[in-house]
Design a protein around this ligand. Sequence first.
Ligand SMILES: [Zn+2]
Length: 439
Amino acid sequence: MSLGTGPAAGPRRAAVRLDREGPSRPPGRGGPSGISPLPGPVDPGGPDGVAHGTIGGTMGSENRMEPLGPGSRGPAVADVQAALRSLGLLEPDGAGAAEVYDETTALAVRHFQQVRGLSVDGRVGEETYRSLSEARWSLGDRLLHHDPERPIRGDDVTNLQERLLELGYDAGRADGIFGRETEAGLQAFQRDYGLTSDGTCGPSTLRALRQLGRKVTGGRPQLLRQSASFVDSGPHLIGRRIVVDPGHGGGDPGFTAGVTTEADLVLDLARRIEGRLAAAGATVYLTRGRHQDPTPEERTRFANDARADLFISLHMDAHGSQHARGVASYYFGTGSGTSSTVGERFADLARREVVARTGMLDLGGHPKTWDLLRWTRMPAVRLDCGYLSHPVDRLLLLDARLRGTVASAVLAAVQRLFLPADADPPTGTFVLPQRRALG
Ligand SMILES: [Zn+2]
């Protein structure tokens, strides 16, 4: 069964509302206890507020959701089950008591996570909860418009964006968030089709979209634009803003390797990358210092406010099996066609450079809809640079020289991203030219 990103021509799904409120309430508001509504976008302070390179202590008030998982019970579980049922992932009157997070529920959640490109763990944390809550909206369920204070999110928005893109209108990327670009694309469509150009998707706009169906395809101008702006920027990094995001931090150590933590290692790596990129002329910001652990929303808001050209998130992995090892990269994409071309290319370049220079195992690049990749408005990539649970990977990652090598690999990848394709050198060989003295 479609989760709602398909054509809207089909019968309307019953919209189950996690918040048990009236139909005009946007998702994410007033959910079950423990789930705080997403704060609206931060006031546009511009890059001034981030000039010091870290998010700083001003981003307080984290009210994180206690994840639901096997053994959980209560109304929040019942809401999740109702949402899964409305998506056809749980039997209407399935076995097992309501309000109890049983095996069947966990299985349905895993299925949902897999289809949506989320991390598959069978538990409902904030990200999965939000996705569930967004999945219940079908195009036509509500009026869609741009609300700068509290952007409308949901599968109906994704559907609208995909339709506009298919018709050749630049509606931003199909990320399910109704932003300014979506509004502009919708207005252009309305103008061309003789509708009131108010940027609101209501009944008459829906009728026009449905009549056009999927006859017109191609276009996708935002993808072309993304690629073109990178080629235009030339080979050097002067004027480029790059946000490097070391995962975890503060009270969240991530995985550990003896006394050393993932949080410390990726921070060290981020600083090495920062140094190399800055030497090549780029303006670099880190999302955190040693004692901070910003939420995904704070990290992405930081990058958006900095108007970054590229976002690089750094992690390391661990696994119960000692055999798990290697380097993986992730970029924004649903796995069903919608993805960031530049993100995918950089994910590929960075991982291949690291693999070529360190000899670590290549685990490939993968499209994901993680918040971090989705909320960033610039190409965003997460690089998982090895397994702290693997004896060889761990030795490598604990070695400062190896981390320097990884930083050089990331620099080479950034540099190659900005090079025209025909000037692209083979992987593992590119040495950055020294930044020329000015004048
Ligand atoms: Zn991590």
